[in-house]
Design a protein around this ligand. Structure first.
Ligand code: TYD
Length: 215
């Protein structure tokens, strides 16, 4: 199975936020959404897993199922969520010329299912490219943070951990390393930020990069 990659079709802009759990992706996605909306752009704010009704069912399995989920099944579930989401939400929005701001996309699959577990990163990436017919983001913001600092933030949140958040620290260190390797391999697509910075500083850095894409 091979699939080629392409940037977003139509006049829209596809921006994804990636990073470990507790790195502030949702906060930054919200701040960018507000800035773009205030500037008069139509924004579709979405996420994976769970950006559609079908996706919510998949999200429930991958995050909350109590028994074992085999690694291949897990990778396929995320890919199934992604396939449906891209076809029914992301591509239509891009074709309408809108900005799609998304929490997590295929880089999460490569980092978590590819590097963190037993599957190869290339096969996981190919699976996602097949699922999405090759759709890659125009910009991926990677919020990089030491897993111990991220864990402290999650602890402070006081929410119960999901299946992946509950993994050992070594798993999260692998995931972090994999995200950084992905960013190094595609420097034009990625903006890597130190997520220990103040949220306002991070937001300014994101805006600067997005502004260049909109110019
Ligand atoms: P997320 O929605 O960021 O969690 P939360 O709602 O707790 O902030 O992501 C859910 C989890 O799913 C997260 O631990 C990472 C994992 N994940 C994968 O393992 N593979 C994937 O392809 C995606 C999109 C997420």
């Amino acid at each position: 199975m091979t699939a080629s990659a392409e940037p977003s079709p139509g006049r829209g802009l596809f921006i994804t936020f990636e990073g470990g759990d507790g790195t502030g992706k949702t906060t930054q996605a919200s701040l960018l959404e507000t800035w773009l909306t205030d500037a008069g752009r139509t924004v579709v704010r979405t996420r994976e897993p769970g950006g559609t009704e079908v996706g919510l069912l998949v999200r429930d399995i991958v995050l909350h199922h109590r028994g074992e989920v085999s690694p291949r099944a897990e990778a396929l579930l995320y890919a199934a969520d992604r396939a449906h989401h891209v076809e029914t939400v992301v591509r239509p929005a891009l074709a309408r010329g809108e900005v799609v701001i998304q929490d997590r996309y295929l880089d999460s699959s490569v980092a978590y299912q590819g590097a963190g577990r037993v599957l190869g990163r290339d096969e996981v990436r190919q699976l996602s490219l097949w699922a999405t017919e090759g759709l890659l983001p125009d910009l991926t913001v990677l919020l990089d943070l030491d897993p111990a600092a991220a864990r402290a933030r999650l602890d402070a949140d006081d929410k119960p951990f999901d299946r992946l958040e509950a993994e050992k620290e070594s798993f999260h260190s692998h995931v972090r390393e994999e995200f950084l390797a992905l960013a190094a391999a595609e420097p034009d697509r990625f903006l890597v930020l130190d997520a220990a910075q103040h949220p306002a500083e991070l937001a300014a850095a994101v805006r600067d990069r997005v502004a260049t894409l909109l110019a």
